[in-house]
Design a protein around this ligand. Sequence first.
Ligand code: HEC
Ligand code: HEC
Length: 532
Amino acid sequence: MTPLDVARVGRSRHQNDMNQIFSRARFLFHRPVLAALAICGIATITVAADKTVARPDLSEKDAGRVVKVTRPADDFSKAEPFERMSAGAATSTKYVNRDAFSHPLANLSFAEERDFKIGNALFRKLWVSSPSSTKASDGLGPLFNARSCQRCHLKDGRGHPPEGPEDSAVSMFLRLSVPPETDAEFAALRDKLLLRITEPTYGGQLQDLAVTGLKAEGRMRIAYEEIPVALSGGETASLRKPSYRVEELAYGPMHPKVRLSPRVASPMIGLGLIEQIHENDILARADPDDRDGDGISGRPSMVRDAITSEIVLGRFGWKASNPTIELQSAEAFVNDIGISNPRMTNASGDCTERQADCRAMRDGVQANLGATEAPDPVLPLVTFYSRNVAVPARRDVDDPAVLAGKRAFHEAGCASCHQPKFVTRRDAPQEAHRFQLIWPYTDLLLHDMGEGLADGSPVGDASGREWRTPPLWGIGLTKTVSGHTYFLHDGRARTLLEAILWHGGEAKASRDAVVEMSPEARAALLKFLESL
Ligand code: HEC
Ligand code: HEC
């Protein structure tokens, strides 16, 4: 039985049993397999001339294999071994269509595939307001952005900005914060007890929906301004620069110094493998003071894990503010849907003290089911789902134009941030995630991307100009899966080329290289991205 099987049996039993079984299930789930450490000495791998990474999860022999398979590409005359399989044995090779991002990892066990399906059903489940006739589904809101995870992570792909004034803004929202003012606020940020100070009336996020009888907070409005860009060979492009404001504020004015941070929903693929990249592999690539003088100074986002209270590496979200898929999912339940769960127990979601009407609304907690609106095993199953969505295999890896584009990608310095490959931890809790050669094209570090992309909203270690390098795997299937090609944290880019042209700050040299390369090389670069 898998841990989740244990949980499922638990559901049909008496509550006490269920709690007991659950604490056991959780133990199995999170317990790192440390045995390997005891047997072997600590292996190391060299990632750059002066950089060695400790990989205590690997034997010397495995470490040697890792060095070999993660060596940077230097021969662009043919595809690298295993390059087609972006997520190793976990890669989905199913027929590519709109569902390409919704398959389970190819190497899940039969029992795990069942848990994946139940998790998927919960990911798609529409929550309703309480009290309702379907007891186990209520607790929505009172304020919310969407009624299900899937509503934003449409087809498990990326969200998008509204296509016009009439289109809904679902799958995208504004995070809200203000500069710290009091000593207590400065101290909380310094100690990372908080990553930002939320807006005093509206909270950490603008919820543009509310349950019946309560007013939604307001509406996000976007205005775009077109900026032409000249490229080599007489080609041109146009970038649309967004500006954001909030209208129809229902709870009075916002703090005068409010900062708006727009975010579209990220694709759900390969997240469990990203979680199992060894943190030493990521930290070794950080170069905060740019000692190697390449103009690129990635910084890790170190955050406090809300469960263990330890300071750990953040990996998820556009600013890498969340260390685990479980916490990211728990926060999504509370802030995006307004559903409390054992990890985040606040049943009134993102309602603040100043929103008394909201606080007074009925919650959906049912004592006979548990102490929160989504008692276990809802969060563990949704987390399990989110950890196990497959990355599709690449297409056309041997195509000469794709290979030329890959060369251009490396020559333009894209790979310094969009790090092509890693080998995941040998001691990952779930077997399917162990020791896989994966090609996510990210270093998971924060980079200053210049004023053009800045949101002016610092979160933890991330400044108002910094963003986490997003994974590029699957990006070529955006149109197929999501029906659009909007990229970057707020979906402002309408094409892959526009996404590249927005790169500034540490990535400016790369961007300039793309502006200056021949039109053929540029087309090949885009073809390479399309093949990811
Ligand atoms: C209202 C829209 C919305 C809803 C509903 C929503 N999400 Fe998200 N999701 C987002 C956005 C936006 C991000 C990026 C967040 C950030 O930058 O911090 C995100 C990011 C994530 C990530 C991290 C992905 C990555 O690559 O870093 C996970 C995991 C995730 N969501 C899971 C969930 C789960 C599970 C649910 C349901 C409980 C859910 N989301 C509901 C909008 C949504
Ligand atoms: C200094 C690090 C850095 C370099 C160099 C860099 N990128 Fe990026 N890239 C980023 C970051 C950070 C983002 C996210 C920015 C945002 O959303 O505002 C990003 C976003 C992207 C996106 C959009 C991804 C998405 O999910 O929306 C694409 C495509 C992309 N980069 C391609 C490239 C290419 C091609 C190159 C080389 C020409 C390149 N990048 C060079 C850091 C970098």
